[in-house]
Design a protein around this ligand. Structure first.
Ligand SMILES: Cc1cc2nc3c(=O)[nH]c(=O)nc-3n(C[C@H](O)[C@H](O)[C@H](O)COP(=O)(O)O)c2cc1C
Ligand code: SF4
Length: 393
């Protein structure tokens, strides 16, 4: 059920809400004062109880990650906050930095205290000029991270949730979520872009469904009927509205939604993993039946090809190869055998790269070619494409 909240976004509509004066007037920095009066271990415990699953994409519990940091008087420790958002479709952290930068700073203070960090860095991409104005990837980092010292890496939204955890108490924060029982707690920022009437960032309790995101918060489809949705940033395999949950086993995480549309499954880290996709950054890309899925794939693959650092062969060569095949399909010069090759190349990338980027490129390719096979075959057969639009992430 749609449960809108205004916790992370409570300053978004306040005039000059990004200033220190406005933030303090709204009770800002009280949570930091409270946290600094608590034992460090209690702050970590409250964060564990809050069940904040990392908002950067992997969904690892923030409190558990903080527990890995062990004090070492011989070396400084660091908190690094990832606000990069390089992935197409993901644009939530930017709103926090622009509209409520002090919540981010307060979260950094509390998190640094909890893990014993001496210095905190926020990594912001160079293009975000407004975010940089309002304040200024490392390796298993809890032992040897930044400058070879113990480091915790968190997403910016994960950190921005922490003042509310201290304010409300971890358990109360977690229970905002309809997936509290799956250790997936609190509220979070949901993004929606593409063919919806009201693209943007919306705050809601964890457990919001794709149907609620697209039709209630996003205002419904803007151009045609829903054809597919990439649920959490471009790396997540696509879902199509005709997919029905099959989970007859009562022990399955998805059993409560057995027989229902995937659009009605609450958005959580484990529910979406069990659907064969990912929650990722929770920022959905929606495309209508006026869009060609082959063009969607080409849009994504040209991005991944450009971004690959080239260090490992499966990613460097594989992503480029898929991009070339998809470009040929759009030009009408690829064969059906080359469509099949996309499966082989994608599977060859999976599990064979140094970092998760390669899989982040292969997973959407494999998902698109599997679920929209007919469209790929039509392009290979030279059938004129009926779609008029491209995916605008
Ligand atoms: C290719 C790639 C790109 C990533 N981009 C981001 C990003 O832009 N922002 C982010 O917070 N995490 C990103 N991550 C995940 C981070 O590596 C890291 O897991 C995350 O920041 C941890 O924070 P969390 O546990 O609070 O989610 C990326 C991971 C990969 C493999
Ligand atoms: S998988 Fe990572 S390390 Fe390997 S080439 Fe791609 S981006 Fe570089």
């Amino acid at each position: 059920m749609l449960k809108p909240v205004k916790i992370l976004t409570k300053m978004y509509d306040v005039p000059e809400g990004w200033t220190l004066r406005a933030y303090e007037r709204a009770g800002g920095y009280q949570a930091a004062r409270k946290a600094l009066g608590m034992p460090q271990a209690t702050v970590v415990d409250e964060t564990k109880k809050a069940n904040i699953r990392g908002r950067g994409g992997a969904g690892f519990p923030a409190g558990v990650k903080w527990g890995f940091m062990k004090p070492d008087p011989a070396r400084p420790a660091y908190l690094t906050v990832n606000a990069d958002e390089g992935e197409p479709g993901t644009f939530k952290d930017r709103t926090l930095m622009e509209k409520d930068p002090h919540r981010c700073v307060e979260g950094c203070i509390i998190a640094s205290y909890a893990i014993g960090a001496h210095v905190c860095y926020i990594y912001v991409r160079d293009e975000l000029h407004l975010s940089k104005e309002r304040r200024l990837k490392p390796p298993f980092p809890a032992q040897r991270g930044l400058f070879g010292c113990p480091t915790t890496v968190n997403n910016l939204e994960t950190i921005a949730a922490v003042p509310s955890v201290i304010e409300m108490g971890g358990e109360a924060f977690s229970k905002l979520s309809s997936l509290h029982h799956l250790n997936d707690g609190g509220c979070r920022l949901f993004g929606v872009s593409g063919h919806v009437k009201k693209p943007g960032i919306y705050e809601a309790c964890v457990g919001l469904t794709l149907r609620e995101l697209i039709y209630d918060l996003g205002g419904g489809m803007s151009n045609g009927e829903l054809l597919g949705v990439i649920p959490g940033g471009s790396s997540c395999p696509v879902l199509v509205p005709s997919e029905i949950v099959s989970a007859p086993d009562e022990k399955s995480v998805l059993h409560p939604w057995h027989g229902k549309s995937v659009l009605d499954v609450p958005r959580g880290v484990d529910t979406f993993r069990n659907l064969g996709t990912m929650l990722g950054t929770c920022c959905a890309i929606v495309f209508s039946d006026k869009t060609c899925p082959v063009a969607v794939m080409q849009n994504l693959m040209s991005f991944y090809r450009h971004e690959s650092c080239g260090q490992c062969t499966p990613c460097r060569e594989g992503v480029g190869w898929i991009d070339r095949i998809v470009t040929k399909l759009l030009e009408g010069t690829a064969s059906i055998q080359e469509v099949d090759q996309i499966h082989d190349i994608g599977n060859g990338i999976m599990g064979n790269t140094i970092c998760a980027f390669g899989e982040g490129a292969a997973m959407p390719a494999l998902g698109l070619v599997r679920k929209f096979r007919r469209h790929f075959e039509e392009h290979a057969a030279g059938t004129p494409c009926r779609a008029e639009g491209r995916l605008q992430a």
